[in-house]
Write a protein that binds this ligand. Structure first.
Ligand SMILES: *Cc1c(COP(=O)(O)O)cnc(C)c1O
Length: 351
């Protein structure tokens, strides 16, 4: 199946913007930049210059990091931009829809509404540990009009990984009808394999990865969209040129050096150990009614009185995410696993 059969016809027909030529061997008198760097400019390339129109070398390095072929990778300004590009390229306003499984990451629905696309909601099954309602998703896809199915594994804010058999069923049911976008923003904390391997037999699968969470680079806004090369080529037409800022490109290369990667792996192990410690300790607190198991770097915690818990946290200078009453969540807070010192403070403030 050609995944571009699902794309908006006007995007397929679009001619991409022609940016200024990129040839680092020649001196640049073609892009109306200043020839001098500012005194404070510590960048390698010089911020007086436009960055590479698309960061090819970084893209290749991210493809290697994620174990995929270079033409299947697209560097985006965080997964947030990846979500937005997909919605704009595949969903026609007033006609097409995305499908989301709440409670989940809010940007899928926000991007769809900005585009004027519909939002079909198929809630996760809370009584089965926030698993997918596979039959209902397949039925919506078969009806037509759902161009993108957004799955998130591990899911934000519930923390659980989706069941592999369920993901496989959704991918099967969507074939010929919808792209299935699997957001793996927290995969590094799950110790699980990426769904990118599905692409070999399912060109309608898209996987989202990011340097924002485990790699400690949220401020640089570097995400990678992994898809069939035809989808990547289409999205590159929609993406503005020079989208990835030079300081962010350089920060990403530094984050991907051997020593920094070893440090990152050690930090991931620390966060996972701390997560399991917090799960056990939080469950013993009198005001806590449920701690959901998590494969990510946060915990969904339900309290007898979440408002009171927020006040207790604020009194010690800590902030948790308030999910009270959202998407069927009751007295729930999402708490990020912090440093061991922060986690001790969290436990003491709630005790
Ligand atoms: C944090 C988060 C993102 C955002 O990632 P960026 O790469 O920083 O844009 C994407 N998806 C989920 C589920 C997230 O929680």
């Amino acid at each position: 199946m050609d995944p571009l059969a699902l794309a908006r016809p006007e995007i397929l027909a679009l001619e991409a913007y022609r940016h200024a030529a990129w040839d680092p061997r020649l001196e640049r008198l073609h892009a109306n930049e200043l020839p001098w760097r500012n005194e404070s400019d510590r960048s390698a390339a010089g911020l007086n210059r436009y960055p590479e129109p698309y960061p090819e070398a970084l893209s290749a390095q991210l493809a290697a990091l994620y174990g995929i072929d270079a033409p299947s990778a697209l560097v985006c300004r965080g997964s947030d931009e990846a979500i937005d590009l997909l919605v704009r390229a595949f969903c026609a306003a007033g006609r097409d829809a995305v499908l989301v499984c709440p409670p989940t990451f809010g940007m899928y629905a926000v991007s769809a509404r900005i585009q004027g696309a519909g939002v079909v909601s198929v809630p996760l099954l809370r009584e089965r540990g926030y698993t997918l309602d596979v039959a209902s998703i397949a039925a919506h896809c078969a009806q037509g009009g759902v161009k993108l199915v957004f799955l998130c594994s591990p899911n934000n804010p519930t923390g659980n990984r989706l069941l592999e058999t369920d993901v496989a069923s959704v991918v099967d049911g969507a074939r010929g009808h919808s792209l299935v976008v699997i957001d793996e923003a927290y995969l590094e904390f799950a110790g699980a394999d990426s769904h990118a391997a599905l692409l070999a037999h399912a060109p309608h699968v898209v996987v989202l990865r990011t340097l924002s969470k485990a790699y400690g680079l949220a401020g640089a806004r570097i995400g990678t969209l992994i898809a069939d090369p035809r989808v990547i080529a289409l999205l590159r037409k929609v993406m503005p040129p020079y989208a990835t800022a030079q300081p962010c490109i350089e920060a990403s290369f530094r984050a991907l050096t051997g020593p920094q990667q070893r440090e990152t792996q050690a930090r991931i192990r620390t966060i996972v150990d701390e997560r399991e410690r917090l799960v056990a300790r939080l469950a013993l607190l009198p005001g806590v009614t449920q701690v959901w198991p998590s494969a990510a770097n946060f915990l969904l915690v339900e309290f007898a009185d979440a408002g009171r818990a927020l006040e207790q946290l604020a009194a010690t200078g800590l902030l948790a995410r308030d999910f009270r009453g959202r998407d069927g969540l009751g007295e729930a807070l999402r708490i990020t696993v912090g440093s061991p010192v922060q986690n001790e403070r969290l436990l003491r403030s709630l005790a």
